[in-house]
Design a protein around this ligand. Structure first.
Ligand SMILES: *Cc1c(COP(=O)(O)O)cnc(C)c1O
Length: 519
């Protein structure tokens, strides 16, 4: 290996064709080719021993007995373990390398969090246990709630929503309950085009008509257009801050004042809180409800679908409509306030988001993260996240088109477009080229306000060396796209699978591998 300006590079190109390229097995050394689970094993193999009497039960079932095979893959225990272990080695995760997915805050998850989450007093409890046997767990929820309120400058928080989008729904339902309580049902939610895609989806799911508010040429919401649209039919404005272009919505306070004057509420998508934690309190900007993605800002593991956790902080105006249950303190006992015990102040609650109290494991990790960082550490998280994103923005603006770089520094993520590439070369080719370089690609084609968008969020947990390596790789791939290198059109070349037909995979997924018949 040698180090050059653009980072680490293998001395011999991996596509060296003087070497054998084909193996008997299809494996490439430790990169093992793995078939689908339905292609290996057979229906007569199993990892468990069935009693001799299974056949007897089957005959007793008579006409109820299954007549066609169940079509489950048949593998022994060691075959099963090997199958999934081989697949897991082809996976990419934050513990393996840099994960620059924009808007996802894929940061390192400190192992101290894991240690705390595995303490039996937090890990081995049950939500139906008597409250006096889980006082410590309730105290932890209460403490985390305290710090979330402190960090956001908001008086109330609902802990139970299980992800960001779920938190958005929680906020919108509270807003609707507040409006209905004053006999003022409204029908429209305004969503800037610089907002996250979950925002209009949530508003539509809750039954509102969604109206777009355009972005400025500088990537921020057009405040004048937003104010001009306010009226007695507008229930709320959903604004992502920092927005999905990685920019701070500087006029949020001014917008919030206008929204309130029009009798509506301000929902802030706080998934990008990592950029401002410890520096900005959304409550000071006039926000009425905001979800916090514990699995992003407060480093609880995510990806692959969860589990997430999306507590929602509320202003005083919305607090009475927040969901139940919540943790409260009576004397020296922590209690759960439920429908039956909620006093008059919470009579307006819109109800429940989930059966129980939320994601205990994520709460434990997030509180550990907050306490181990402290106030100064959390502020530094935001500062370093912003510094890293700006390092990427400035290092690559000569290579890739950076549509908002002229407006000043970015926040937690840097956005580029594919303008200036050779004819027929675009964002997808650059993303596939990065896979050959051993990186998970950045977020692509989102947000929609930038054509061929590439959204890169490095987070604060990457070192300068890691950023330099990534910048070098991306620069090299972008230069190939600019020069129209035909080998880039067919990348990835070195991944376990080559470029897939993503449209076909989405439109016509093969969900059943083969139909077996009774034997
Ligand atoms: C991640 C994200 C969401 C959605 O959060 P989930 O936990 O994935 O539901 C919403 N808005 C923004 C800006 C995000 O980055």
């Amino acid at each position: 290996m040698n180090i050059n300006q653009s980072g680490w590079r293998p001395e011999t190109p991996m596509s060296d064709t003087s070497e054998a390229t084909q193996t008997f097995t299809g494996n490439r050394a430790l990169m093992l080719d793995e078939a689908l689970i339905f292609e290996i094993g057979d229906q007569h193999t199993t990892g468990v021993d069935f009693s001799e009497r299974a056949g007897e039960y089957r005959s007793r079932l008579g006409t109820l007995a299954r007549k066609t095979p169940i079509n489950l893959p048949g593998l022994s225990e060691p075959e099963t373990i090997r199958h999934y272990t081989r697949l897991s080695r082809q996976n990419y995760g934050i513990d393996l390398g840099f994960f620059p997915l924009g808007s996802c805050t894929m940061k390192h998850n400190p192992r101290l969090n894991e240690k705390m989450a595995r303490l039996p007093g937090f890990a081995d409890i049950h939500p139906l246990q008597p409250v006096d046997t889980v006082q410590g767990a309730l105290e932890l929820i209460d403490q985390l709630a305290h710090w979330l309120k402190t960090l956001t400058g908001m008086p109330a928080v609902a802990m139970s929503p299980k992800a960001g989008a779920h938190g958005e729904l929680c906020g919108i339902l509270a807003i609707r309950a507040a409006l209905e309580a004053r006999g003022d049902a409204r029908s429209v939610v305004l969503v800037p085009t610089s907002a996250h895609g979950t925002n209009p989806a949530t508003a539509a799911f809750a039954g509102y008509a969604v109206e777009d508010i355009p972005a400025n040429p500088d990537g921020r919401v057009d405040a004048a257009a937003l104010k001009a649209r306010l009226g007695s039919d507008v229930a709320c404005v959903m604004i992502t801050n920092p927005n999905t272009c990685g920019l701070f919505e500087r006029e949020l306070k001014d917008i919030a004042d206008a929204v309130h004057a029009a009798g509506a509420f301000v929902y802030c998508d706080g998934a990008n809180f990592n950029a401002i934690v410890g520096r900005v309190r959304p409550g000071d900007l006039g926000v009425d409800a905001m979800h916090i993605n514990l699995h992003k800002t407060f480093s609880t593991p995510h990806g692959g679908g969860g589990p997430g956790s999306g507590p929602v902080v509320f202003s005083a105006a919305l607090a009475p409509y927040a969901p139940l249950p919540f943790v409260d303190k009576e004397g020296d006992q922590f209690v759960l306030v439920e429908e039956e015990t909620a006093g008059d102040h919470h009579a307006g609650s819109f109800g429940r988001m989930v059966a129980f109290h939320g994601q205990m494991g994520m709460f434990t990790r997030a509180l550990t993260y907050i306490l181990s960082h402290g106030a100064d550490g959390l502020r530094q998280v935001a500062e370093d996240a912003v510094l890293n994103a700006n390092y990427i923005l400035r290092s690559l603006e000569g290579t890739l088109d950076a549509p908002f770089a002229h407006t000043g520094p970015c926040m937690h993520e840097a956005i580029f477009s594919d303008s200036g590439m050779a004819d027929g070369f675009n964002t997808i080719d650059i993303a596939k080229g990065l896979i050959d370089e051993g990186f998970h690609p950045m977020t692509v084609y989102f947000p929609l306000v930038v054509h061929g968008a590439m959204l890169i969020e490095p987070t604060e947990t990457e070192s300068k060396a890691a950023l330099d390596q990534f910048i070098g790789a991306l620069r090299s791939v972008a230069e190939r796209a600019r020069a129209g290198d035909p080998t880039l059109k067919t990348a990835p070349h070195f991944a376990p699978r080559r470029r897939l037909d993503e449209t076909l995979a989405a439109r016509k997924p093969v969900l059943v591998w083969k139909e077996a018949t009774v034997s």
